[in-house]
Design a protein around this ligand. Structure first.
Ligand code: LLP
Length: 415
């Protein structure tokens, strides 16, 4: 459930007319709802309340400082994948002792930065990384908290680009050799073994693959205990899907309950979640203006002012996101491809959408709060768009629209 609803045939973000936001701040713009974000975060915490847990919001989904700050105020932890994301968490007032650091390519500099900020744990993706973390920690004369990311070889049944738990994916360490890797970790200096983690993919619409992976991991936790390697947390990653179209993923509370049920046999082990999409996706929309309507041999196009550089998911994954009119018109609908200004055939926000629209109308792409702005670029020298957060009846600009000067601020010509 979210707080983008029609009232008197006008789309509202919480208590504010989306049209008023567009008039004041221009289009395209991302509009987020604070209440929706908070609601989704709390859904995880409430459902997990009977088990010691920590929700580490996956920063990559939407890393705007205001988003991170809203979650930090609720006590959220954070899952990061770069020094830049950790810097954002710090700038947003997040608690670094609740940060887990994922990612396959952590550099010496990133590891040192994370150690200096006393993060909760490194989610280690390879034996070579384990050695590097041990070495950097020794240089700084500290101990590094680590977890091994195991690859449980479970089919998440999601889009191949966002499936991560199969043996052909680059992520994690083969679960079959995990015991040896933990033994190696135990033998290396300056490492504290804290936990185990996995992340099998994103936009999962069923709970079964998570449970299948978790069962394998619980068996491993027990086996490790028999080797005197005791873990204090299990991190189940992120990946819970959202209903973009007809798919009906489990509600976060159902998903969390199934997981806590499964982990009930390890009551002392802290449970960590790394949700990104399930918290942020439906807390945001992308508002765009219809610039032109055009017909080519019977095919109707609505050409809008947002493109694939602003919202890449439809072009990159053929992702379907609902597109709605901000002020729906009564009348005959036409079947449109909603396309952007970028010079690529793949530049579309949606195809075959039945809408009754005219040039100058505003439309909104729903479920754009996750992997929307964070995947945007300046392709075609298009300044990145403004981000706005609505909090009840208040509107806050949380990222200014980039200017033309911003486009080449860091460039120079040859002397
Ligand atoms: N933890 C790890 C280690 C991850 O790699 C990811 C996402 C998450 C947590 C958060 O997953 P979520 O709960 O958001 O599914 N750009 C793609 C999604 C890529 C996800 C990458 N990893 C998209 O737009 O669909």
């Amino acid at each position: 459930m979210d707080y983008f609803n029609y009232n008197d045939n006008e789309l509202f973000a919480e208590q504010v007319k989306v049209e008023d936001i567009a008039k004041q701040y221009g289009t395209p713009c991302y509009v987020y709802s604070r209440a929706t974000l908070e609601r989704h975060y709390k859904a995880f915490c409430d459902a997990a309340s009977h088990h010691n847990h920590l929700v580490c919001y996956a920063v990559k989904a939407n890393s705007n400082l205001a988003i991170l700050n809203v979650l930090a105020r609720l006590g959220s932890g954070f899952d990061i994948v770069s020094k830049g994301e950790l810097a954002r968490v710090i700038a947003a007032g997040g608690d670094t002792s609740k940060v887990v650091f994922s990612g396959v390519a952590k550099t010496h500099d990133e590891i040192a930065f994370a150690l200096e900020h006393n993060i909760k744990c490194f989610n280690v993706e390879s034996e070579a990384e384990l050695e590097r973390i041990s070495q950097v920690a020794a240089e700084l004369n500290v101990n590094a908290p680590i977890s091994i990311r195991v690859n449980p070889d479970i089919d998440a049944k999601t889009h191949p680009y966002i499936s991560t738990g199969l043996k052909e994916n680059k992520f994690g360490i083969d679960i079959k050799i995990a015991v040896d890797v933990y033994k190696k970790a135990a033998s290396l200096p300056n490492l504290d073994i804290k936990g185990i983690d996995f992340h099998i993919g994103s936009q999962l619409t069923e709970v079964e693959p998570f449970i299948a992976a978790l069962k394998k991991v619980i068996a491993l936790v027990k086996e490790l205990a028999s080797h005197n390697i005791k873990l204090s947390h299990v991190d189940v990653g992120g990946g819970l899907g959202v209903p973009y179209a007809q798919e009906a993923p489990p509600h976060p509370s159902q998903y969390v309950s199934k997981i806590t049920e499964c982990l009930a046999e390890l009551p002392d082990v802290e449970l960590i979640f790394e949700p990104g999409r399930a918290i942020a996706a439906n807390a945001g929309i992308l508002v765009t203006n219809v610039e032109y309507l055009k017909q080519n041999q019977g095919k109707h196009f609505a050409i809008v002012d947002a493109g694939m550089n602003d919202l890449l998911r439809p072009s990159l994954y053929q992702a379907w996101q609902n597109i709605i009119a901000v002020k729906p018109r009564q009348g005959k609908t036409e079947n449109y491809d909603i396309v952007g200004p970028v010079c690529e055939t793949g530049d579309f926000l949606g195809k075959d959408r039945d809408l009754c629209i005219e040039a100058g109308d505003l439309i909104a792409v729903r479920s754009a709060g996750a992997y929307g702005f964070t995947m945007s670029s300046n392709y075609n020298s298009r300044p990145r768009v403004a981000e706005i957060m609505v909090d009840n009846d208040q509107v806050h600009v949380i990222r200014q629209r980039e200017t033309i000067d911003d486009l080449y601020r860091n460039e120079c010509t040859l002397p």
